[in-house]
Design a protein around this ligand. Structure first.
Ligand code: URA
Length: 197
């Protein structure tokens, strides 16, 4: 059955807005709950994601699943997408022209899913969402606000695979996400109780 998000995915499926369209195996659009309150934004597909057409299915995805499970979330509860929908050769960094060509898809995904919280994984996603040149090390550990969104920037899980000292920071940032969700839920409960008085 067609849905707004599925329509955007169908439009993106044969995208050739940048040269990565020529080298991809699969376009990696995004997965998860189409009405999620939380949207995670990564950088771009790696080898496994390119082969399977799904974000975060490789080693970084395993760590991401563990971080989510620790705070009681499953992949089905959230929506996950990337800055780039197609794999850069040899997992090189995204180029500026590729980001400019590709992010209109992400903007449409955000509009359609309509999350309230964005978790940006790594520098590329954080720079795009917060429109900043400040590095992730300075931005992580806090909740930021942009437009209607609360934003939790954190390290890219792949960075923690190479540098295990980053795991504790990722855990702290996911704990912050849980705190934010619990606070929102408590406020909603209090507002509902007020209405009944
Ligand atoms: N890294 C990302 O940023 N995204 C993926 O989907 C996989 C690895």
């Amino acid at each position: 059955m067609s849905s707004p998000l599925a329509d955007i995915e169908a439009q993106a499926s044969d995208c050739q807005r940048c040269a990565l369209g020529q080298t991809r195996t699969n376009l990696v659009f995004g997965v998860g709950n189409p009405h999620a309150q939380i949207m995670l934004i990564g950088e771009g597909p790696g080898k496994n994601e390119d082969l399977q057409g799904e974000p975060f299915v490789g080693a970084a995805g395993k760590l991401l699943n563990t971080l989510l499970e620790r705070i009681g979330l499953a992949r089905e509860d959230i929506y996950i997408a990337n800055i780039l929908k197609c794999r850069p050769p040899n997992n090189r960094d995204p180029h500026t022209d590729e980001i400019e060509a590709c992010t209109p898809w992400l903007r449409e995904q955000i509009k359609s899913v309509h999350p309230t919280v964005l978790v940006t994984l790594g520098n590329f996603a954080t720079k795009f969402v917060l429109q900043t040149e400040t590095g992730i090390t300075h931005l992580r550990g806090k909740v930021h606000t942009t437009g209607p969104f609360r934003v939790i920037p954190t390290f890219h899980p792949a960075a923690a695979i190479y540098d295990s000292s980053k795991v504790a920071a990722l855990e702290a940032d996911f704990d912050l996400l849980k705190l934010l969700l619990d606070t929102d839920a408590e406020r909603a409960r209090a507002a509902a109780a007020d209405q009944q008085d």
